[in-house]
Design a protein around this ligand. Structure first.
Ligand code: ADP
Length: 471
């Protein structure tokens, strides 16, 4: 990542630098070229004036003009050629074209009064063709009597341009070096932060002592990652804590009946002459403890099953009124034993898409609790209602109630408000967590309202139609 970051930062700086350098070089060349061309034209025009004045095109005897022509040729480091209006070369400083007739485009257009320029890049030579005009003044353009062809070497400005290019390259190289250092520092800083973070995560994972990863960092994004890791670790720690609690609770719960069985059987074994009545009584107790152990194991198995995904629900259309009536009928003997009255109130017929077994378990647990934690001669009221999306079942009792601070805890595994009473009634403390798990599998909710000494109300809300969520 560091190398990639370095390349990006470096390229981001180098590309504009390179373009800038090229642009500067082009501008420099165009300026030198234009200036030089202007100079050539200026000298040429002056000389053309002198030639026209002295009638040099007709008679090349004036030594002074000839000298000026050669001086200009020297100055241009090239040559000067004069053509008359018949396109015949009357003077060529190289002497090669003297007396020849030129039929090329440029002298012809010069005879029409136009100036043309041509630059031969390969040789670094510019050719300027000017008209030679007689009697030109501010008012009139005068008469074109011939043309002057100037060949000027641009070698010196080419040299100068090369020098300029070398300088800009040197400058860019320096800037590039600085950029490289800067991008190394910047990318190092960024990846360094991430590397430090990774190191801290490793250390903390190793130590596992609850130290937080989050600490001050220059980059907000790195801080965010650290915070996210902290949140994840907190969650993992909470899960681990609840797992440990669960294991220790399970062991404890399973040990209690075993201890009782051990004590009872030990006393039977150690006592030399046990009367048959005592045997009977102890064996009955041992049997009850075995039942309890079996109930805990069964409840635990139900809980484990609920931990699986909702994809394993066996969804079908179920008449909830009938389902509740069956449960109430089944639990009636239990209520009658303690003189508890059970009332079922239904506002409408409700048919919902649910897993019948799991929903039965939910309402059985709640109604059984309403009986178990009721006073003798109390009342249990079950009501069923629905709107267009959910059905609601309310189970109300006139029992011992649950203190407010414990109302949120009763759904935890193995949580019992009154341990002794719950044990007496055969409770394992798992019923409500199984109930809540089953309700949640149906994407429903459960809540409790309770006043100690007055009674409790458990309300369950479950969607009428089951929508499977994509896992
Ligand atoms: P248990 O098997 O002990 O009944 P539950 O998970 O069903 O376990 O309930 C947890 C605890 O919540 C019970 O031990 C009891 O103290 C309390 N509880 C549950 N239902 C009621 C109720 N209707 N009235 C009063 N307390 C209740």
């Amino acid at each position: 990542m560091r190398a990639r970051l370095l390349c990006i930062v470096f390229a981001a700086g180098m590309i504009p630098l390179y373009i800038g350098m090229k642009l500067l070089q082009a501008m420099h060349w165009s300026q030198s070229y234009e200036t030089r061309l202007e100079q050539v034209k200026e000298h040429g025009t002056t000389l053309a004036g002198l030639i026209a004045q002295n009638g040099y095109l007709q008679q090349q005897s004036q030594a002074e003009v000839t000298a000026r022509i050669y001086t200009l040729a020297d100055m241009l480091d090239g040559n000067v050629m004069l053509v008359n209006n018949g396109l015949v070369v009357v003077k060529d400083t190289t002497g090669r074209q003297d007396g020849k007739t030129l039929v090329s485009k440029e002298p012809i257009s010069a005879l029409n009064g136009e100036t043309s320029t041509y630059y031969n890049e390969e040789e670094g030579v510019a050719e300027v063709v000017l008209p030679i005009v007689l009697g030109a003044s501010a008012e009139s353009t005068g008469q074109v009597i011939g043309a002057m062809i100037l060949e000027a070497s641009f070698g010196d400005i080419i040299e100068e341009q090369k020098q300029f290019q070398n300088n800009t390259i040197l400058l860019s190289a320096c800037a590039g070096m600085i950029l490289l250092v800067v991008s190394t520092v910047v990318s190092g800083g960024m990846t360094g932060s991430l590397r430090t973070l990774a190191g801290r995560i490793d250390d903390i994972t190793e130590a596992n002592d609850g130290t937080r990863v989050t600490e001050d960092d220059n980059y907000a994004e790195v801080r965010q990652i650290a915070e996210a890791v902290d949140r994840m670790m907190e969650r993992a720690a909470a899960t681990e804590k609840s797992r440990q609690e669960f294991v220790s609770n399970v062991s404890h719960e399973l040990k209690t009946p075993l201890t009782a069985i051990k004590v009872l059987s030990d006393s039977l074994i150690l006592e030399p002459d046990v009367p048959i009545e005592m045997y009977r009584e102890f064996i009955t107790d041992i049997n009850a403890e075995i039942d309890r152990e079996a109930k805990i194991v069964n409840d635990l198995l139900s809980l484990v099953k609920l931990d699986k995904t909702s994809g394993e629900l066996n969804i079908a259309e179920v008449n909830i009124n009938e389902l509740l009536e069956v449960i109430l009928k089944r639990l009636k003997p239990l209520a009658l034993k303690r003189g508890i009255e059970m009332v079922f109130e239904s506002y409408r017929t409700v048919v919902a898409e649910v897993d019948e077994v799991k929903v039965s378990l939910v309402f059985s647990n709640l109604i059984e609790n309403a009986i178990k934690y009721n006073r003798d001669g109390g009342k249990v009221m079950v009501s069923l209602n629905a709107d267009h999306r959910f059905f609601y079942v309310k189970i109300e009792d006139t029992g011992v109630g649950i203190p407010e601070e414990e109302q949120g805890l009763v759904f935890d595994r193995f949580y019992r408000v009154d341990k002794a009473r719950s044990r007496e009634t055969g409770g394992t403390g798992l019923g409500l967590s199984i109930t809540k798990g089953a309700v949640q599998m149906h994407r429903g909710s459960i809540k409790v309202q309770s006043i100690p000494g007055v009674g409790s109300i458990f309300t369950v809300r479950i969607p009428l139609s089951f929508v499977m969520t994509v896992q």
